[in-house]
Design a protein around this ligand. Sequence first.
Ligand SMILES: [Zn+2]
Length: 463
Amino acid sequence: MDNLIRVGLVVAALLVAHPTLAQGPAARSGLDPRVQKLVASVSEERMQQLLAKLVSFETRNTFSDTTSATRGIGAARQWIHDEFKRSSPRLQVSFDTHTIPAGGRVTREVELRNIVAVLPGKSARRIYVSGHYDSLNLGPRRGGATGAGSARGATGATGAGLPAEALAKAGQTPRPPPDYNAPAPGANDDGSGTVLSMELARVFAESGIEFEATLVFMAVAGEEYGLIGARAHAKRMKEEKVPIQALFNNDIVGNSRGGNGIVDGATVRLYSEGPEDSPSRALAQFTKRFAERYLPSHQIRLMARRDRFGRGGDHSAFNAEGFAAICFRESRENYQMQHNANDTIDGVSFPYLAQNARANAAAMATLALAPPPPAVGSNMLGRQPSGYDARLRWTAADGAAGYRIFWRRAWAPDWEHELSVGSVTEFVLPGMNIDDHVFGVAAVGPNGHESTVSAYAMAAREQ
Ligand SMILES: [Zn+2]
């Protein structure tokens, strides 16, 4: 008998021998009505109102005024804080404050304040959604994305990123010191991600759902000067041993009309650092799987890279501390409307921004209702009992009612097969060659919600 057919028959027999899990709300239809309701409650109108208010502070440059009640980053961050509080009494809202010494592009000591709204869950493990609320005006753009890198662009005294000598050589005079109070509306970069985070705080807190995980809604400071707000927060969480399971970062997610005229309001890009099957990649795949299940009209375009060329974002600061973190980016950017006075609210499409918020919401809610993923290791995958089988073992996940295993050919990017295997911590796929396939396992809760997939990676020396 052909080997594939034989495996197929065995798998079919296993399906009969292992009935699917207890029927929770998500198990019956694949969709949980509570999550459907939550996703549907995202308000395009509220996001528009929030963004109109956010840009009214005129600039949110890290070094702008902190004393005015109506203009600059001081007034903006106080309003974000108060608005989080107003949106639900269930949210624990605070400033996460860091004093950053002068150095590099930080031209003077500055106090950064991330704003954090926490919705406590049954466990301490945290799932974040974020956008950065600081903004930047580098002056008129010379075209293209060069020099617009949020992690690299602002150099302080010489403006566009070139040292004074290089500018002099090129026959240009260095720019004057930047005016930190110049208009920097930052409607799309990253007012869009900020109001997405603020709207999801309201939606999750008011949903009445008791989540397994603790949800954190964050407005991040200091992104434009080298991810300094995110770095300080991620470092602090690492030091305090706070278990962060995932960060969904949203940076430039509100514009659907590219600078080249191409319009795309039906897809969004999702970046994640490698290598393949890393926790961030597993999170990205999970996000596509469940966001598209709840929002089939919106496609998640997975990108197997950390970010765009020469550009950066706050997710990388979380990656650097060992946390899984991914970043949503609109599909078609308009570089002429970034890091200058042109980044105004008329460049934001609210129907598109709301779709991106719904995609985040569907994936976050599913992850927050699921158990944590099971632990696996390269030594937990073997060829027994026959010597030619795939034997998978894993460590039980807290609160799991069962498990689902996944496999694919060793050259394929996405999982190709899956099988519910019930409440066991070991499973054999007879006749499956472990050298030719990649295997993974996810935990499934009593409500039918499923975790990210933990893949069996080869030990580094074997790759
Ligand atoms: Zn940005």
